[in-house]
Design a protein around this ligand. Structure first.
Ligand code: NAD
Length: 352
């Protein structure tokens, strides 16, 4: 048996943005989205094991900063994430993030990672994994409304996990649609740029809304949504920030991640607290039904939950062993005598 040198534990692997991009190209984006969907699905199956709490949010006039912790009893994880819809006007991302995994036994961090890109990957993988359980059988076309930072990741995850071969793009900013169409070219999907949300939804069995606005927006109205579709609603993820008209919710069977968080942040903040919703982990574990008929509208009211970030970090940690795409950070003080922290500082004095 190999012995772990205690001083090795004091170095924490850090995955930078550059390393995350290298990891994606090493694995391939579609295989990585499929792997992430599998990791997330596995953790949804063992949902009851996890500590769960609505994320801790600090709201301001322009956005929100949130902490998202969870633990399965062996590993602890958290993500720091922001949401600032006005950032893009200043050349900044709407969403940025980083996250950490730690060993529950020692409390020592075992991984620190960028999570801006990883959040886009895990959100897309979660959406597609959920749609695999809820979307109408044989779905081939998705409307992608909101063509910002998340949109290509969403489109490719639905291709890789659900077999979608046509994506119909719409954004209020035609430059965003042109950017997404350019980025998706050559990825083996038919890409159609549309002039309205209504046009994007023509012939689509899956509708993804992924817009950013700090208000009760109405991206879809009731008359736009026909029977039998699956709606993947990503952008409504904060108090006072929703995308769907309330009447759509009343016609849909609603599926959520963690109800106490979704009631605060999701589309269902527009409904009565007692309005029935189904928890996705129950569908995945077979305890609850997903889609039951062809005419039903299924709605995934996604807000993003800590367990999905935990799964994504777990995946990155597992893949680092064979790629080495990280640097070791000296971020934990590690005196030879654990009680002599002061002595260690003193011995580091210049000239000591
Ligand atoms: P982004 O700012 O890069 O893109 C948003 C796009 O929406 C922009 O191109 C904007 O022009 C477009 N838009 C705004 N209003 C519109 C409208 N009425 N119709 C069509 N398009 C419209 O943001 P992003 O990083 O792609 O994130 C999108 C949303 O997803 C944000 O609200 C973010 O908070 C949310 N999000 C959710 C999760 C989750 O897990 N549910 C994860 C990540 C991001």
């Amino acid at each position: 048996m190999t012995q772990t040198n205690p001083s090795d534990l004091a170095l924490v692997p850090f995955v930078s943005v550059d390393h995350m991009m290298k990891l994606i190209h090493h694995i391939g984006i579609e295989p990585m989205l499929k792997d992430l969907a599998r990791y997330i699905e596995d953790d949804f199956r063992r949902w009851e094991l996890f500590d769960k709490t609505p994320r801790v949010a600090s709201h301001s006039a322009e956005g929100v900063i949130e902490l998202m912790p969870t633990s399965d009893g062996e590993v602890y994880g958290f993500k720091y994430v922001n949401g600032h819809p006005k950032n893009t006007k200043d050349g900044l991302q709407t969403v940025t993030a980083f996250g950490l995994l730690a060993d529950v036994n020692t409390g020592y961090p075992v991984l620190l990672s960028e999570m801006t890109i990883l959040t886009a990957l895990r959100t897309a993988a979660t959406s597609a994994m959920v749609a695999k359980h809820l979307a109408p059988r044989g779905a081939t076309t998705m409307a992608m409304i909101g063509n910002g930072a998340q949109s290509e990741f969403q489109s490719l995850a639905f291709k890789a996990v659900c077999g979608i071969d046509q994506v119909r793009l719409y954004d209020t900013d035609p430059a965003a649609t042109a950017k997404a169409a350019r980025n998706l070219a050559g990825h083996g999907m038919s890409v159609v740029s549309c002039g309205s949300a209504q046009e994007a939804m023509e012939g689509a069995q899956i509708i993804t809304t992924c817009t950013a606005d700090k208000q009760y927006a109405t991206i879809l109205t009731d008359n736009m949504v026909g029977s039998g579709v699956h709606i993947n609603a990503i952008g409504g993820d904060c108090p006072g920030k929703t995308e769907l008209h309330r009447d759509i919710l009343l016609r849909s069977d609603i599926f959520v991640e963690f109800p106490p968080q979704t009631r605060i942040e999701g589309e269902i903040q527009q409904l009565d607290e007692t309005h029935p919703v189904t928890e996705m982990w129950q569908v995945i574990s077979g305890a609850a039904k997903g889609r039951t008929d062809d005419r039903q509208i299924t709605l995934f009211d996604s807000v993003g939950f800590a367990i999905e970030d935990f799964s994504a970090l777990r995946y990155v940690r597992d893949r680092l062993a064979d790629t080495g795409f990280c640097i070791q950070l000296d971020m934990l003080a590690d005196p030879d005598d654990p009680r002599d922290l002061f002595g260690m500082v003193q011995r580091a004095a210049p000239g000591a």
